[in-house]
Design a protein around this ligand. Structure first.
Ligand code: S3P
Length: 184
């Protein structure tokens, strides 16, 4: 494992946002990354659930996906404004043009990418994702990967999270951001 990065004062630091498909490990990796660089961690999906007083699956079921996306946009705008933290975003957040522009402007955006086989295996461990309900996960993930790739590719950095344990991906992010001068 590499040496711990030297960290500037909190108020001088940008937020780091993790984007990418469901199953890429955004939440697990985001939490570990935040701990390593001593920034608060926020999970956008949790914040949406808190704001709505409902689980995401319930929001999709009762209000529909467009309502979920509206809430997601509002929550992300608030989180970006709240300042320095590590944000794990839901898989569709960065596809929204407004959210993407705001994140690219105000945060360092890291795309966690992984091969479809890895994603299928990971999402099958948790059965509460509304976009997968009643559908074949591999088919959905392939479709989403294809349509969303052009948006994800606009992230500042791309890290492959298929290989190795979460802490290795965190090390890779730290190495990349340190080399780029984002962390020192
Ligand atoms: C979604 C991904 C989910 C959640 C919602 C929609 C998507 O988050 O926001 O179910 O559109 O890909 P995770 O990526 O954390 O699973």
């Amino acid at each position: 494992m590499q040496a711990k990065p030297k960290i500037p004062r909190t108020e001088d630091r940008p937020s780091i946002a993790l984007v990418g498909l469901m199953g890429t490990g955004k939440t697990t990796i985001g939490r570990k990354l935040a701990a390593q660089i001593a920034l608060p961690f926020v999970d956008a999906d949790d914040e949406i659930e808190q704001a709505a007083g409902m689980k995401i699956s319930e929001i999709f079921e009762r209000l529909g996906e467009p309502s979920f996306r509206d809430g997601e946009r509002r929550v992300l705008q608030r989180l970006i404004g709240d300042g320095p933290c590590v944000i794990s975003t839901g898989g569709g957040a960065f596809i929204d043009r407004e959210t993407r522009a705001a994140l690219l402007k105000k945060a360092v955006v890291v795309w966690l990418d992984a091969d479809i086989g890895t994603l299928v295996e990971r999402v099958s461990r948790r059965g509460n994702r509304p976009l997968l309900t009643g559908r074949d996960p591999e088919t959905v993930l392939r479709e989403l990967a294809e349509t969303r790739r052009p948006a994800y590719a606009q992230a500042h950095y791309r890290i492959d999270s298929s290989v190795g344990a979460a802490h290795e991906t965190v090390d890779e992010i730290l190495r990349t951001l340190t080399e780029a001068g984002v962390l020192c």
